[in-house]
Design a protein around this ligand. Sequence first.
Ligand SMILES: *Cc1c(COP(=O)(O)O)cnc(C)c1O
Length: 423
Amino acid sequence: MKTDEVISVVGTEPCQPSRDLMTVREESPAMDGPPTVEELTPPERTLMGPGPSDVHPRVLKAMSTPLVGHLDPSFIDIMNEVQELLRYTFRTDNQWTIPVSGTGSAAMEAAVGNVVEPGDTMLVPSNGYFGDRMADMARRAGGEVVTVDAPWGRPLDPAAVADAFDEHSPDVFGFVHAETSTGVLQPSVSELTDIAHENDALVIADTVTSIGGVELRVDEWGVDVAYAGPQKCLSCPPGASPLTLNDDAMDKVLSREEDPRSWYLDISLLEGYWGEERAYHHTAPITNVYALREALRLVAEEGIESRWDRHRRVASALKAGVEGMGLEMNAPEEFWLPSLNTVRVPGGVDDGAVIQYLLDEYDLEIASGLGALSGDIWRIGCMGHSARRKNVSYLLAALGDALTEQGAAVDVDAGLAAMSERF
Ligand SMILES: *Cc1c(COP(=O)(O)O)cnc(C)c1O
């Protein structure tokens, strides 16, 4: 809206400002009066990308309930319930299990920024996008970063991890359990944690795309610190992100010589709020905590192992459909990650045009490849409330149409038949 239109709407005569003021005025449309913004009506998308996933209606309902104060006795009960549900979902008895205020990257930075002390060496993987982010955070925490290499689209080899320990003696080892950029699930987690512990290192696991979607056993697998996000397989909006630390990790965090560089994410301070004391540190995002509570209640109702099974069953039908259509998965079968399916873009097809077509014609979101796989793959999530037969058949029909539109030789009927057979 132009300046004079706004003025005529509010019905006031403009005064005569000096030239200088006039210039300022022209550059500051925000000062001209209230902007006209329509009521919020976002499109109704089906979310099958790398997150967020479709949110369960019960979670949306929980988010529309009234706020209580972050120190209200009723909220203290809610905090306890969320912590208990998080322990169940992580498969851990760790006392120190909390939702961090912020997205998955905040939980990641809380983990890395507290566990890595200046002068520490952290070993990180180079086989995907999120290992690089871990490295960046470790550097900012004053750590030195060394890498264990594997190509994008392959998991880490325990022998390579052992070699990296021999060569660099890292203090902290980070790995990504479910790499959302490549659709690869890291197998043999216990083997990796054994190597780290034999070398007196702590292990930080990125479980953002595995929590609540694929088998994850924090205690049994010897993971010292795990962080996650709510908007992937927990089907909850982003904003409060799971984090758990065992006693060994907490000992290191609470005996640091130097304070962590972030005040907001300092675990020794967060302990005041989420620990025994329940004293103010920052105002918890109440609504996001409500949402997470409901999302985790849904996990508990379904049963964590049944939920892992559902993801595997539904995603395997998605995979069968994609392959039946004549497309190729990017991740090798033995490292396939059910919650994030990477599909190779056939020759001659514009990956971005397909994504746009799905959004425009079907209100359906999938994503393109990142980093080394940019342009080569699509990333199709099958997470939480999106991991349903309804979504998978919709996706396959829509993707088949988009590819046919692009002139690709795909057999959509064969894909749908292969999917149905799997169900
Ligand atoms: C999504 C994701 C993150 C980052 O989480 P945000 O909520 O986007 O901050 C980190 N690691 C993995 C593996 C992810 O998929």
